[in-house]
Design a protein around this ligand. Structure first.
Ligand code: MN
Length: 383
């Protein structure tokens, strides 16, 4: 599937319309927010009105993006909707219901711009390019077709979509066209250093303090193939951290060489335990979570367990050990530990790089209360 051009019908509707509502999926990620804000600026450059409306708030991570303060968030429509709008442009969203706003959106023609393989073509116009590294890259192509010269702020918005969707140009969707678009956007004024600082160097202090609380609890099991970490309410208190500050901390344990599966045992105020599991490659932790009434996807899942912390942790380790020995990763590892490590890491990259996989994962993970990002290295909102 090569890069496709924006369909004529889309161009015509954009040229003829005066005012557009832009939206994306619930729990918006970098590609969603960057594409929306970038396209909104581009439309305004064409003399059109554009309002971004998302069901959920913009994650703190993406709030430095220009225009994020103007995003309308929540279940209630913005002023003048729908009568003052000509069309809805839905970006980076595989189905209409994933906007969380579909009952409202039906009032207007929907222009669907996306790169998910499983996109349901719910628009009157559907521009779906599953080869695109990010929807922001499609918006960039749209700008070229419409002959709009980007300003540096718009270039930054679209550049951010490439960084987040490719995991900082690490996933297999970091294709030549991803780098080409990135290079063009830098030429148009995007600032990689600035964007990297927003995404990777803007952690609130309590998050780093909480990491400091968590790391001494790190234990390795099964000859270093399983890692466990723990959190409890006292640690949050000492770190001055809020509940959401733990998001992404588990990835520090998964980044250890040789570790194939991680369990985070988090004791809550009421004494129950929230278990978060992460794995590499073929090691399936969703099965474990589902067994306990939780959910997620193969490499990231969560559930709740009652009991004493030590017993809960022992059970987590036992179930992860069973998952290791039943997965193909184990068979690969049987011959040589070194080969096993390599076999464990490369399929992860391949599996997680495909946008539909990642999105399905995010969807399921969100349903289970797990972070909606890609846990194997995608940028995760740290709020
Ligand atoms: Mn995307």
């Amino acid at each position: 599937m090569g890069a496709t051009k924006a369909p004529e019908d889309l161009l015509r509707r954009i040229r003829q319309g005066n005012r557009f509502l832009l939206t994306s999926h619930i729990n918006p990620d970098g590609d969603a927010v960057g594409s929306e804000l970038g396209l909104a600026r581009l439309l305004r450059q064409l003399g059109k009105g554009a309002v971004v409306w998302n069901r959920d708030e913009t994650p703190a991570l993406y709030r430095p993006l220009p225009g994020s303060e103007r995003v309308h968030a929540g279940a209630d429509p913005p002023a003048g909707f729908p009568e003052k709008f000509d069309a809805v442009i839905v970006l980076e969203c595989p189905s209409a219901d994933r906007t969380g706003l579909d009952s409202h959106l039906a009032a207007l023609p929907i222009l669907n711009i996306d790169h998910h393989l499983g996109n349901q073509h719910y628009g009157v116009v559907n521009w779906v390019d599953s080869a695109a590294p990010a929807v922001g890259e499609m918006v960039y192509r749209l700008a070229q077709t419409l002959k709009v010269t980007l300003d540096p702020e718009t270039a930054n918005c679209l550049y951010l979509t490439l960084v987040t969707d490719t995991g900082g140009f690490r996933f297999s969707n970091a294709t030549a066209s991803a780098f080409e678009a990135a290079a063009s956007l830098v030429r148009e004024g995007a600032q990689p250093e600035q964007v990297a600082q927003w995404l990777y160097e803007s952690q609130p202090l309590p998050v780093v303090r909480l990491l400091g609380e968590m790391l001494p609890t790190l234990e390795l099991h099964e000859a270093g193939r399983i890692a466990t970490v723990r959190l409890d309410p006292e640690m949050f208190q000492r770190a001055g951290a809020a509940s959401g500050d733990a998001e992404g901390l588990i990835d520090h344990a998964r980044a250890i060489a040789g570790v194939e599966a991680v369990g985070l045992v988090r004791r809550r105020d009421d004494g129950s335990h929230k278990i978060s599991l992460r794995s590499r490659g073929e090691v399936d932790v969703e099965k474990i979570a589902r067994h306990h009434g939780g959910g997620g996807h193969r490499n990231a899942a969560g559930y709740t367990l009652a009991g004493e912390t030590a017993e809960v942790q022992a059970q987590v380790v036992a179930e992860l050990a069973a998952a290791l020995s039943s997965g193909p990763a184990h068979e690969a590892a049987a011959g040589s530990p070194t080969a096993g490590a390599a076999a464990g890491s490369s399929p992860t990259t391949a599996a997680l790089a495909t946008p539909p996989t990642a999105d399905t994962a995010g969807q399921a993970a969100a349903a289970s209360g797990e972070p909606a990002g890609n846990p194997a290295g995608r940028v995760q909102p740290v709020e």
